[in-house]
Design a protein around this ligand. Structure first.
Ligand code: BG6
Length: 503
């Protein structure tokens, strides 16, 4: 069943950026730059969204000449018309993040490029570095007069923002010492995904769902973000971070806030941030002791799938042989407010699971009384509304129908709106967020307060994982790579009378 209207426009695009700029990427030799940022900038460039005058200055420890750096990046972007021209906009300056002289060199390179390309001091610093380095870099940029008192400077920080509540607070303090909140962009690329943005449109541009969007009609909500990939070459970061810092404190909790928030008075960054903060403040805080009751953790182990051996987490290069870092978590949370009192939100994410899929499913209550109970055996299935964030982006609603025939039998069917029906490729999340940074639009970014409260909420979970070594041994369960996580996660939801929707 297709619910799209064919006559609607296929795409709806922002105006190109017209002011010249310099994009300075810290952590430029890393994976994120090569695989996500540069391809996103190239895509914007080839679609004519960037001004003629711009430059990208990569900064990282690895020594590169400009040409070598261009070659390194070139391998990560598709062969398209304009690629050679695009690469000419890219430069490199090697930086030792801890050494003040490095920033002096960087400053003179930057000033030289600004003079040559005439971008004035319109600078976008993108910090794609591990969180331990972020504060130090901001501090050095501040002390070397690279950001301070320059109104056209913006600083973009990749997640995780800080490592825990303390470091997030310290980072925020340092940022605000040199910049205004308006100049800071805390990126959570999930917010740049088309379907994530559509949650708000769906909820607040349609009048029929809002009246039932509450505890009176909704039984429970599930959010799953499952990945088939393992940690790959990111063990150095991941083995310290784990699934809670990597996915829950940011992507998952952001999704939760969009599903659960109250309607803001208008579609304005500050109003939306305020509503999200209210959701975070209403999360029922668990104590460290309660963590085992509300969570299940797992770590993937070796498995053979279709003849191929998939290594276990502890066999991955760079992972400690006795690592207790969880690569899977399932969690039950409650939001203590009038709308959501008593409605459980089940959150789940993991690496090396069976399928790559991110989905939010809203499970409505079953009918209060079945008039069919004497005629039809079995339960009437409740309606489920699904936001498929990726892949096969879609919104679906399940409902009951009668199977054609003389006997009365039910079947649940799906009404489906697929983004594929637009017949156009969805823009990449990084393209969208980069474009918004350049335009100074904060709608898809995370505010200081939201970040800190999210850390506060996860602090007992992290303390449990990192400070209760013996307990953790019993609470991190093995799961075979390529499955749906530990068996305990199935039991966890089953004991409440539900099952995972995505499987
Ligand atoms: C990143 C995490 O933020 O998100 C990665 O650090 C994860 O571990 C990735 O793989 C998932 O993003 P996406 O867009 O592929 O769902």
């Amino acid at each position: 069943m297709v619910a799209s209207r064919k006559k609607n426009p296929k795409t709806c695009m922002l105006e190109p950026v017209c002011e010249p700029f310099g994009l300075i990427i810290f952590g430029a030799s890393g994976d994120l730059t090569r695989k996500k940022l540069i391809p996103a900038v190239f895509s914007l460039y080839s679609r004519g969204m960037l001004p003629e005058r711009f430059f990208i200055l990569g900064a990282a420890r690895t020594p590169f000449k400009d040409e070598e750096f261009r070659k390194h990046l070139s391998e990560g972007i598709s062969e398209k018309e304009g690629k050679a021209e695009f690469l000419k906009h890219i430069y490199y300056s090697s930086v030792d993040y801890q050494r003040p002289e490095s920033y002096k060199n960087l400053k003179s390179t930057l000033q030289r490029l600004e003079k040559k390309i005439k971008t004035q001091k319109r600078r976008l610093f993108y910090l794609a570095v591990p969180p331990v380095l972020t504060e130090n870099i901001v501090q050095s940029l501040g002390e070397n007069s690279l950001i301070k008192n320059l109104p056209d400077v913006r600083v973009v920080i990749e997640k995780p923002f800080g490592w825990d509540l303390e470091s997030a607070r310290a980072l925020n303090r340092t940022l605000l010492k040199y910049l205004t909140e308006e100049q800071v962009f805390r990126i959570d690329h999930y917010l740049g995904k088309e379907t994530v943005q559509d949650i708000l449109l769906f909820r607040f541009a349609n009048s029929i769902f809002e009246p039932i969007w509450n505890r009176n009609h909704i039984e429970h909500i599930q959010i799953t973000a499952s990945e088939t990939i393992g940690v790959g070459e990111r063990a150095g970061y991941y083995d310290k971070a784990g699934i809670i810092r990597d996915m829950f404190q940011n992507h998952i909790i952001q999704l939760l806030s969009l599903v659960a928030m109250e309607p803001p008075a208008c579609f304005e960054p500050k109003r939306i941030r305020d509503e999200k903060v209210k959701v975070f403040r209403s999360l029922r805080q668990m104590s460290k002791k309660e963590v085992p009751e509300y969570t299940v953790f797992g770590q993937y182990i070796r498995n053979r799938i279709d003849g191929e051996v998939i290594p276990g987490y502890r066999d991955e290069p760079g992972v400690k042989k006795d690592s207790k870092t969880p690569t899977f978590a399932a969690m039950k949370v409650f939001i203590d407010n009038w709308r959501w009192q008593g409605v459980p939100f089940y959150l789940r994410s993991g690496k090396r699971l069976q399928k790559r899929i991110t989905e939010v499913s809203v499970h409505f209550k079953t009918v209060p009384h079945s008039i069919f109970k004497d005629i039809v055996s079995g339960d009437i299935k409740p309606n489920v509304l699904i936001f498929r964030i990726q892949p096969d982006e879609a919104i679906e609603l399940t409902f009951q129908t009668k199977i054609p025939g003389t006997k009365l039998c039910f079947r649940d069917v799906v009404m489906n709106f697929s983004y594929r029906d637009y017949g156009t490729e969805l823009p990449d999340a990084y393209e969208r967020v980069l474009m918004d940074c350049l335009r100074g639009d904060h709608l898809l970014f995370v505010g200081q307060e939201g970040v800190e409260i999210a850390w506060e909420f996860f602090t007992p979970v992290l303390e449990f994982l990192e400070k209760s070594k013996r307990l953790v041994l019993f609470h991190i369960h093995d799961y075979k790579a390529g499955t749906w996580g530990p068996w305990e996660a199935e039991e966890f939801i089953k004991k409440d009378g539900y099952q995972w929707w995505v499987k």
